[in-house]
Design a protein around this ligand. Sequence first.
Ligand SMILES: [Zn+2]
Length: 219
Amino acid sequence: MTNIFIVVIALVAFFLIIQKYIIGSSKNDEYVYRSKKSVQTSSETAFFNALKTALGDKGVALAKPNMTTVLTPAPTKTKKKWAAAVNKIARYHFDFVVCDPRTMEVRCVIAFDDGQPLDKSKVEREKLLIKLCKQANIPLIGASVKHSYQVGRLKRLLATHIDLIEPDKEVRFCKKCGSPMVIKLANQGEFKGRRFFTCSRQPMCTYTENYNVVFDEEA
Ligand SMILES: [Zn+2]
């Protein structure tokens, strides 16, 4: 009996000491924070400015929103699982997100390439980005810091996914028959809502061309 009593006393003393020195000390251990001054790097700022210029009032650009601002997990069996799903993406952000100015509905996500080499964690993040955008059915655009100096090209890139943006008139001629091409909006299929070029002689000539310039790298 006395043994149990001693053990209880020892345990109580132990927990009191733990509380005082470990938990108690962390309460006093206040961290100090500083302003990062600018919230973006200079290349991010250059691109952000170009993005805002390209969008005009046709889109609202968000810089570095947390993934949980844009995505929410699909229903799960338990609340615990749902919280785990939220936590999984909570430490990541998107580079830029473009929203419809009228409703703030997400129109597309932009993965920004600042020209720096990719390290392992960046590659991991990129893979996750591609997977999540595909699941959530959000168009993902790969944009480069080069677009900061080519607003026209950036605008064309965005116009593929955002029908509000009127791209600068671009004249193309059919590679099959030489007739002028016209821009149309796909109203069905995998590319629904996206623009493409089609021969003006349709249905005589069925040649079409991708409007997308993502991978159209010029020398
Ligand atoms: Zn043609």
